[in-house]
Design a protein around this ligand. Structure first.
Ligand code: KIV
Ligand code: ZN
Length: 514
C-alpha cells in the first residue's frame, strides 16, 4: 500500500521572502484560494509577529480558507506564539509552527545561547503552543549543519512536549542528497519517540539540489515536504512543489508514494504566483517553464506526433497545460465568459464580472484569440489589486526617427486627476520620466524586461520592472498588446508596490529570520 506525503506549501511565507516578492493581503488570499484548489494539505500563511501587515493577511486567510490546515510561523518567544495563535485561531484546522536554530554556528553567533538553553527554549515554546492546539510543528533551523545526536535530543524533547510534526530544514541549501537521506534515517533510528510525530523535510536551493534533497529525504522516510510554487524563496529559492509532486507521480514505480495534489491545477497556480509576485518563471524551468513541453528538434517532433511517450514523460494535460488553449474570441458573450472564469476557478461577483467583461471586450477588439493566460492577466489587473495610490488613465507617446520622444500622461493620484508631459531618450524613457516627475518618485529602475505572454504578432506584451528606493525593492508588472502601455502599467504597478512596502515595513535580516 502506498503512503501519502503531506504537502506543506510555504509560498506565502518562505516564498514571500524572495527579494521584491511581497504580496498584499488581497493577493495572498487569492493565492491561498488557488492553493486550496490545488490540494495542498498545509498552507503556511505567514509570520504574524514580523509585521502588522503580515498578521492581518494571515488572519484573513485563516478566516476564509476552510479545507486546508493553515499554519503561521513563530520564533520560540511567547509573544511570537501568542501572536501566531491570535492570527490563526479562526482557521478550520490551525497549526502553530515554531522554530529555533540548532547548529553550533547559529547558537554561538546568532542566538548566543548554549545547547541546553536552546532545548529548554524549544520545549517551552512547544508546550506553550500546545496550550492552544495539538497541531504544533517544531523546526530545527539549520538542522543539516547541526550535531546529529544533539538534533535527535532536541526532536525527542519537543515530541515529548507535544510536537506533532518535526521538521529538519536544510536552511542554507548545503546538503547533498545521499547525505540528507542518511541524516533523515539517522534521526528516525536515534530519536526514540519519532514514531509519534511526522518527520518533515524543508530544503533550500543554493546548490540547485532542493528537489533532489527533498525526494531523498522522503525516500528515507520523511512524510511531509515543505515546498513553494515555482520554487520561489529566499536567495536561490525553496524546493519547488511542482517538481516534487510530479516526480512522485511520474516515478510512482520507484517511489510508491502519493500526494493529494490535483496536478491539473499546477499550471494555473504557477501562473497566478508569477503574476502576483512579479517573479517570472525561467523558460527552461521543469514542469512550469514555457519550454518544459516544447519540442524544437524535428526528430523529437516527429516522435511525439507518432507517440507522445517517445519524448514526453508526462502529458502536458496532467499539469494543467491544455494542448489547445484557445478559449474565447471577439464574439464570445458574457455567459461564455462567466463559464470560462468559473472553470478557471474564479468565482466573481456580478459587479466584478461586469468590469472584467468590459476589459475582455476591449482586448478582443485588439486580439483575435483570447487564451487562458490573457484572462488571468485581466483578473490580476482588474480584480486582484487593492485600491492603488496611482492609476494610469491616459498615455500618449510620440516617437520616431525624427521626433524627440515625448509622453503625455494622466494619472489618478489618490483619486485626483493629474496631467503631465515629458521627454526621454526613447518612448519608454519619456513615459517613465514623466510618471516619476508626476509622482515625485525617487526610485531607481534596476531591471526592465519584456516577454510575450502568448504567441503571434498580436501577442500581449508583459513587462516587468524592478524598482529600488531606500533599500526597498518592488517588482511591477503590466500587460498590454502595446508594449509602451504595458511598460507604463508595470512602472505604475511598481510604484504602488513601493508605496505598499513603505507602509508595511518588515523585519530586516539582522532582526530575526528574514
Ligand atoms: O529554512 C528554514 O530553516 C526555515 C524554517 C523557519 C523552517 O524556513
Ligand atoms: Zn526556509
Amino acid at each position: 500500500m502506498e503512503d501519502r506525503v503531506i504537502i506543506f506549501d510555504t509560498t506565502l511565507r518562505d516564498g514571500e521572502q524572495s527579494p521584491g516578492a511581497s504580496m498584499n493581503a488581497a493577493e495572498k488570499l487569492r493565492l491561498a484560494h488557488q492553493l486550496e484548489r490545488l490540494g495542498v494539505d498545509v498552507l503556511e500563511a505567514g509570520f504574524p509577529a514580523s509585521s502588522p501587515g503580515d498578521f492581518e493577511s494571515v488572519r484573513l486567510i485563516a478566516d476564509k480558507i476552510r479545507n486546508v490546515q493553515v499554519t503561521a510561523l513563530a520564533r520560540t518567544s511567547r509573544n511570537d506564539i501568542d501572536t501566531a495563535w491570535e492570527a490563526i485561531r479562526g482557521a478550520a484546522a490551525p497549526r502553530i509552527h515554531t522554530f529555533i536554530a540548532t547548529s553550533d554556528i547559529h547558537l554561538a553567533h546568532k542566538l548566543k545561547m548554549d545547547r541546553d538553553q536552546v532545548i529548554r527554549e524549544a520545549i517551552d515554546a512547544v508546550r506553550h503552543a500546545k496550550g492552544f492546539t495539538d497541531n504544533v510543528e517544531f523546526s530545527a533551523e539549520d538542522g543539516t549543519r547541526s550535531d546529529r545526536d544533539y538534533l535527535c535530543k532536541v526532536f525527542e524533547a519537543v515530541i515529548e512536549a507535544g510536537a506533532a510534526t518535526v521538521n529538519l530544514p536544510d536552511t542554507v541549501g548545503y546538503a547533498l542528497p545521499d547525505e540528507y537521506a542518511d541524516l533523515i534515517r539517522y534521526v528516525r533510528d536515534h530519536t526514540p519517540n519519532i514514531h509519534r510525530a511526522v518527520l518533515s523535510v524543508h530544503c533550500h536551493n543554493d546548490l540547485g539540489l532542493a528537489t533532489a534533497n527533498t525526494l531523498a529525504g522522503i525516500r528515507a522516510g520523511a512524510r511531509q515536504a515543505e515546498v513553494t510554487i515555482n520554487g520561489i524563496g529566499e536567495r536561490a529559492g525553496n524546493t519547488s512543489l511542482e517538481e516534487v509532486v510530479m516526480a512522485i507521480r511520474t516515478r510512482k514505480d520507484l517511489v510508491n508514494l502519493a500526494t493529494g495534489i490535483d496536478s491539473g491545477q499546477i499550471h494555473p497556480t504557477s501562473r497566478l504566483t508569477s503574476m502576483i509576485t512579479g517573479i517570472v518563471v525561467q523558460p527552461n524551468k521543469a514542469i512550469v517553464g514555457a519550454n518544459a513541453f516544447a519540442h524544437e528538434a524535428g526528430i523529437h517532433q516527429d516522435g511525439v506526433l507518432k507517440n507522445p511517450m517517445t519524448y514526453e514523460i508526462m502529458a502536458p494535460e496532467t499539469v494543467g497545460l491544455a494542448r489547445n488553449r484557445l478559449v474565447l474570441g471577439k464574439h464570445s458573450g458574457r455567459h461564455a465568459f462567466r463559464d470560462k472564469l468559473s472553470q478557471m476557478g474564479y468565482d466573481l461577483s456580478s459587479e466584478e464580472l461586469d468590469r472584467l467583461f468590459a476589459r475582455f471586450k476591449e482586448l478582443s477588439d485588439k486580439r483575435k484569440e483570447i487564451l487562458e493566460e490573457d484572462i488571468e492577466v485581466l483578473v490580476a489587473e482588474e480584480i486582484l489589486r487593492v485600491p492603488d495610490q496611482y492609476e494610469l488613465t491616459y498615455l500618449n507617446v510620440v516617437s520616431g526617427t525624427v521626433e524627440v520622444p515625448t509622453a503625455t500622461v494622466k494619472l489618478l493620484i489618490d483619486g485626483k486627476e493629474v496631467k503631465g508631459a515629458g521627454f526621454g531618450v526613447g518612448p519608454i524613457d519619456a513615459t517613465f520620466n514623466t510618471i516619476a516627475k508626476m509622482t515625485g518618485s525617487r526610485s531607481r529602475l534596476m531591471r526592465f524586461s519584456v516577454n510575450a505572454i502568448t504567441g503571434g504578432m498580436d501577442a500581449q506584451g508583459e513587462v516587468m520592472v524592478r524598482l529600488q528606493e531606500n533599500g526597498l525593492v518592488a517588482l511591477g508588472k503590466g500587460a498590454d498588446p502595446d508594449i509602451i502601455t504595458a511598460s507604463a502599467k508595470a512602472y505604475v504597478n511598481g510604484l504602488n508596490r513601493l508605496e505598499y512596502l513603505k507602509q508595511n515595513p518588515r523585519l530586516s535580516p539582522s532582526e530575526g529570520l528574514r
